[in-house]
Write a protein that binds this ligand. Sequence first.
Ligand code: ADP
Ligand code: MG
Length: 472
Amino acid sequence: MKATTTIASSSSGTPVAHNAVPPSATSAARANRVAPHSHIKGLGLTAEGFSAGDAGGFVGQANAREACGVVVDLVKSRKFSGRALLLVGAPGTGKTALALALSHELGSKVPFCPMVGSEVYSSEVKKTEVLAEAFRRAIGLRIKETKEVYEGEVTEITPSEAENPLAGYGKTVSHVVVGLKTARGTKQLRLDPSVYEAILKERIVVGDVVYIEANTGAVKRVGRSDAYASSFDLESETYVPLPKGDVHKRKELVQDVTLGDLDAANARPQGGQDIMSVMGSLVRTGRTEVTDKLRREVNKVVKQYVDQGVAEVVPGVVFIDEVHMLDIECFTYLNALLESPMAPTVIFATNRGNALVRGTTDVVSPHGVPGDLLDRCLIVKTETYARAQIAQVLQVRAQVEGIQLGPGVLDKLAEEGERASLRYALQLLAPAAILARMAGRDAIVIDDVDEMGGMFLDAKTSASALAQEAGM
Ligand SMILES: Nc1ncnc2c1ncn2[C@@H]1O[C@H](COP(=O)(O)OP(=O)(O)O)[C@@H](O)[C@H]1O
Ligand SMILES: [Mg+2]
């Protein structure tokens, strides 16, 4: 049985030029979302908290992983408040990766808010304001609502074009027909052009599982239907089963927003359609700036939501890389932030040994962090990698990026990694793969690596080359 339903979007439905991605495009478009840490799925520890060989996308680094596992336990049992984790180690030893893995271990929808110490130096915003905002963005709010939705696996996306009555040439989309399939049935929906715009924006293609809110026309991509799951162990895509029940139903929706999102949405009430639909007109002031007063008002509403059982607070992780770049003012403020009742888990990272604390003239302290903050930190050191481990990381990355390595290439790259740095070797992967493809080969061969090594220098080689020229 097939029924056709029309959803008119609440917005005025301005005509959209139909010139973007053709809807038949496969999920190849999504392949380019592979981020440098996409292979990291967790700390890869056993139930007893020991590092179980190479797991969770992690290679080696057993000590640091186990230490982070202890921190996860502390956070979960709420014994980590007022403290912070400080990761120290040479560049490219997986500090950022560990922080990310730690946040994965805390739960799948836990907000992770990374920043770099030097981000606080802006001429427009106060240093402390930057830190406060990062902390707000690391506190999630999970809001449950029951809504009328259409949910299912997309079986077709067919936009219908019509002559544009206003502009002479060009066509506009008059409506779009979307087919949705669930375990129980299928349904064809005739939708407003603004919904089509949302579909293009979310990069939805046939085979994705989506839901469309009936009264707002907001479209959400849940994941890819597991009928399309590939056999790779490591992938950046999330696969979901075919939804049960009817296409048209009432569904408990869980929205994850952060306090930072709410602050911003309330300061600029025109943007953030999703969030505003959740919180309604939360504070509705004419304010255009996030102030402490606005934050307190948002907190008040959030507290009401929590008391009513509608929302749940999910403390996330704030990750401050290059923490030695902060200055004494920031460190003092951090002490205060750490003690606030709704603080996220705080992780710092640095590759400095003893350093001058910025903003002072004579205070030299380990890692450039003043003593009173250091006292609150658990310090974990990451080890540098041996060649075998570099090879393993490269292997995992090649797999995630879908790059095939010819005979001997892994050894060659690992050698480069040991000589220069792990990051350098990782960076050679992608250009070498392009070179191989241009030559019509599927796999990278040693010559590709050599050629790339000649083209893109590692830091040590390029610096010594310049020094030589200057010496002549
Ligand atoms: N033990 C490891 N296992 C798997 N991948 C790793 C490991 N250590 C580092 N990497 C990867 O190597 C790259 C550099 O590590 P990164 O975490 O950025 O180093 P750092 O933050 O210490 O400078 C990243 O792509 C990271 O995911
Ligand atoms: Mg890093």
